[in-house]
Design a protein around this ligand. Structure first.
Ligand code: UDP
Length: 235
């Protein structure tokens, strides 16, 4: 295995499957089984999950809703997804802990770095809920932040697209995929990998990012076994 400890970032939208909203149980089960294989191979797995399938703070722009209020709603959405993922993993007999940046002790442990690391060392999957706990951030930033804190070797961002292309492959059939790219080249070419806060935090801390298609069965395990899956962004 290429990495000992990974942080997997899953977007909320990924959980929708083919639906327009909410959580697709089939997709959830597929993810749980893929993650189980990784855990069984001895890799320590932490997960940050988004909330876009339920609520996004930004979606209220232009409305009367206060942005801070809306962002808290978004953070709660990530906890709903975290609970769903935890349930699917436990159903697949994977030990998990859900840790949230906003205290809600009846349903999850509060986030404490040392505790998270201890869970990982014991082979439990750690799911981080409620993002960074602060409005005006994204779960991509939460993913980078937690990855650095727990000393993850890499951040794996599972998306619908199988890597970074010269232009949007869903719009341009001539788009070419990069296998590797530097943080600087991503900036110079104006490519989009993560929001700027998340991206620069990753670069400053020399944390590599791999963008890959999580929906293709077996991709996660192939990537970890060293196959050329997705695009790696490194210094
Ligand atoms: N959010 C936030 N602070 C954080 C993480 C998330 O305020 O640290 C809110 C924000 O409103 C965001 C929503 O939670 O729109 C859902 O997260 P995100 O959009 O990152 O989810 P994804 O796109 O990965 O599904």
């Amino acid at each position: 295995m290429q990495y000992k400890r990974i942080l997997l970032k899953l977007s909320g939208e990924a959980l929708m499957g083919d639906q327009n909203y909410g959580i697709d149980q089939t997709r959830l089960k597929q993810y749980a089984l893929e993650i189980k294989k990784v855990v069984e191979s001895g890799v320590e797995v932490a997960i940050v999950i988004g909330g876009g399938n339920i609520f996004r703070g930004l979606s209220t722009e232009g409305s009367k809703m206060d942005r801070v209020q809306a962002d808290y709603m978004g953070m709660l959405a990530t906890v709903i997804n975290g609970l769903a993922l935890q349930s699917a993993l436990e159903d697949a007999e994977v030990q998990t802990r859900l840790l949230t940046a906003i205290k809600m002790e009846q349903i999850a442990e509060p986030y404490i770095k040392r505790r998270a690391v201890r869970h990982l060392e014991k082979g439990r999957v750690v799911i981080f809920g409620s993002g960074t706990g602060n409005p005006f951030f994204t779960t991509d930033t939460a993913a980078v932040l937690r990855a650095i804190e727990i000393d993850s070797d890499v951040i794996l961002k599972g998306t619908r697209v199988d890597g970074i292309y010269t232009s949007d492959p869903e719009k341009n059939i001539n788009a070419v995929k990069f296998e590797n790219i530097t943080f600087k080249d991503v900036m110079n070419k104006g490519l989009k990998v993560m929001d700027m806060t998340a991206f620069t935090l990753s670069e400053e801390n020399k944390l590599p990012i791999i963008i890959f298609d999580m929906n293709k069965e077996g991709n996660l395990m192939k990537l970890l076994s060293g196959e050329n899956i997705g695009t790696k962004v490194d210094i």
